[in-house]
Design a binder for this molecule. Structure first.
Ligand SMILES: Cc1cc2nc3c(=O)[nH]c(=O)nc-3n(C[C@H](O)[C@H](O)[C@H](O)COP(=O)(O)O)c2cc1C
Length: 356
């Protein structure tokens, strides 16, 4: 008999909680159950099929007959619990098409707006303490200002193919190791000296990306790994059979997105240098920097962008062929030609109501 490796125990009074964080199930254990579980943790061979408590612990998945493989996870238990505990969150219903998604989305917005909103912004208690700032003046015809002010999340794409040249520029400037930053004289330790357009925690470049190529001229549709040092792609998988939106929380309005990137983190690389759970936070901060850089570059190329963290981790890991490894998907960004609408046509139609 084996103890499920994905449990933690909260020592609450009067009864401890056993939390199966992988399957998102919690049990409150009465004293005789927690005493028996302690005995079985100490020696799983004490399992007795005539003991009613043992059978209940087995049926609850707290014990298992076969040894469950725990994923390869560097060393840090706290971040492992958080990461796996927030993976594959059960979704009551993933919409199967754009109409279902639109109705579900608007219902959700109505539910949220029916609750009192937390106060927006930071309150200014003492009006006399305000320090007025000069009017912001952006340099005219400045490309960065232009990209910053034009970047916008769009949910209506035309599906037009991207050129391989644009894809190369996007990848190099967002995730590539910049030849322009090859600076031996900077005094940076060898092995930590690769530089991107975004900052990276400890210079580790722990985040990586996979390209989801749907409509790119000269590139077969499929999933590709991007290699930032060599600036090359290698094919990992065919294009998924289900529409892209099905993979991304049922958000079917991006089914025709020509290009997407999954941003992943190599947790083992972070912990190699930073042996503390806090390193886990840095993976998300780094992914955010990379996501914004990607969006600004895409905007500067005249494209529109979209992003999401809504996906079922297991499905994405399988698509990227990284299941059970210390590399985990964190975020998705994509871009393409768009009519510039923040909302898809179906939502706009629903908001407009039936036309008479
Ligand atoms: C962490 C994060 C997650 C997001 N997830 C989604 C998403 O799942 N679907 C979506 O359509 N937009 C998503 N967005 C986009 C936001 O809705 C959008 O940024 C916000 O409405 C502000 O609009 P703007 O990006 O045009 O300025 C996400 C943005 C962030 C930063």
């Amino acid at each position: 008999m084996h103890i499920n490796p994905y449990l933690f125990i909260l020592p609450r009074t009067p009864a401890p909680i056993v939390w199966n964080y992988k399957d998102h199930i919690q049990y409150e254990l009465e004293l005789d159950y927690s005493l028996r579980l302690s005995q079985l943790i100490n020696n799983p061979d004490l399992f007795d099929s005539r003991n009613n408590i043992d059978i209940q612990l087995l049926n609850a998945g707290i014990l298992s007959i076969s040894k469950q493989d725990s994923i390869e996870w560097g060393w840090d238990e706290l971040s492992k619990i958080y990461h796996i505990g927030t993976q594959n969150i059960p979704c009551e219903h993933i919409p199967h098409n754009i109409d279902e998604w639109s109705r579900q989305y608007l219902d959700h917005c109505s539910e949220v707006l029916a609750k009192p909103a937390p106060c927006a912004g930071r309150a200014i208690i003492d009006a006399t303490s305000r320090i007025a700032l000069p009017t912001a003046t952006a340099p005219s015809h400045d490309k960065l200002t232009d990209a910053l002010t034009r970047r916008k999340t769009c949910r209506s794409f035309t599906g037009r193919a991207l050129s391989l040249d644009d894809v190369s520029t996007l990848l190099y400037l967002s995730f590539g190791y910049l030849q322009e930053r090859d600076n031996a004289q900077d005094g940076i330790a060898e092995g930590l000296d690769a530089r991107r357009s975004s900052p990276s925690g400890g210079g580790l470049n722990a985040c990586e990306c996979f390209l989801l190529a749907q409509h790119i001229d000269g590139l077969e549709p499929g999933v590709y790994a991007y290699h930032p040092a060599e600036h090359v792609l290698t094919r990992v998988n065919a294009w998924p059979q289900a529409p892209l939106g099905q993979l991304l929380g049922g958000q079917h309005f991006i089914n025709n997105l020509p290009l997407g990137l999954f941003i992943t983190a190599r947790f083992d690389r972070l912990w190699w240098k930073y042996e503390h759970s806090r390193a886990y936070r840095m993976a998300f901060v780094e992914a955010g920097h990379l996501s914004q850089s990607f969006q600004l570059i895409a905007t500067a190329l005249g494209l529109n962008t979209w992003l999401t963290g809504a996906f079922t981790d297991d499905q994405v890991e399988a698509l990227l062929s990284i299941e059970g490894t210390a590399e985990q998907p964190l975020f998705f960004v994509g871009c393409g030609e768009s009519d510039g609408q923040a909302m898809c046509q179906e939502i706009q139609d629903l908001l407009r109501g039936p036309q008479t």
